[in-house]
Design a protein around this ligand. Sequence first.
Ligand SMILES: *Cc1c(COP(=O)(O)O)cnc(C)c1O
Length: 358
Amino acid sequence: MSNNKKIHNFSAGPSILSEYAVEKSIEDLKNFAGTGLNILEISHRSKQFEAVMDDAARLVKEILGIGDDYDVIFLQGGASTQFFQVPMNFLKNKAVYTNTGVWASKAIQEAKAYGDVIVAASSKDSNFNFVPSEFEIDSSADYFHCTSNNTIYGTQMSDFPKCDIPLFCDMSSDIFSRKFDANQFDLIYAGAQKNMGPAGVTLVVVKKSLYNKTAERHIPTMLQYKVHAENGSMYNTPPVFSILVSKYNLEWVKMNGGLEGMEARNNAKAELLYSTIDSSPYFKGTAELNSRSKMNVCFVFTDEHKNLEEKFETACKEAGISGIKGHRSVGGYRASLYNALPIESVEALVNVMNNFNN
Ligand SMILES: *Cc1c(COP(=O)(O)O)cnc(C)c1O
């Protein structure tokens, strides 16, 4: 086996990036935008980096199809910081949440420090193996918060509720993966390291009209969205390299057909893998059929075939399949099919699944 055997990277996050983004970023580590300097050693106030920042924000707007009524900002602290920054800014009295997994639970936990939280629906009793679709949203609440894709359990919202109150969403693990109407949201956030770029930057998209609904409490300057928006995400030193790599990854999304192109690409991968699971005597999916995620595919051995786990894992390793171990709270396997993963990698996995016991 040669050292440069192709590795199929199914990691749940940080995760696979487009080769285009990686190659472009490596060039900028040597000679950034013709400066003769390394991107890591140049001021974020340089006109060359300001152009990167502007391009990144412009690409987000273009790909999502949103206009100047939205701010696009790049922050630090991960999606986990958004769990408290969101309610700190916008929870005055009460907010409605759905509890669809560990990340949603954490968001709920943090929000409780700022007001009343109404959990409109939860799938906790069945270890979050589905996304509830029937629930009421109290129209006197300050906002409704949901999680579009539950990374750990492999469940995904297929559509978003119409509601009279501001709609917020944690899209960390499926942003830019499919067509959706971004204009129905007042706030979207996403840690970059699943489907947008490397770790270290968090994308936040805020509808400008939301600022009028800011809670009247002390909010540290660094945690005010408007401050970051007014300063072009440069109120303080931004995570320059993470933003650069994200910008290149967004260029790649655009070159490959934007949301429509990504959706077609991701549908093909998910269909191939789910149909293999469903027709295999060895495996079964863990998520309910109508909640299945096209980003994270979770599966386990059927009870009578559990003894084959080791054999399967060895075969995966030999085929260069990396990162499919399931999250400890679900067990089994999780294949993450983020945008940049080529269908050839899914074909390699499916091939192992179909043949490892011959
Ligand atoms: C990974 C993940 C998070 C946590 O992101 P951090 O950037 O590590 O804070 C939150 N929500 C979802 C849906 C995730 O997949």
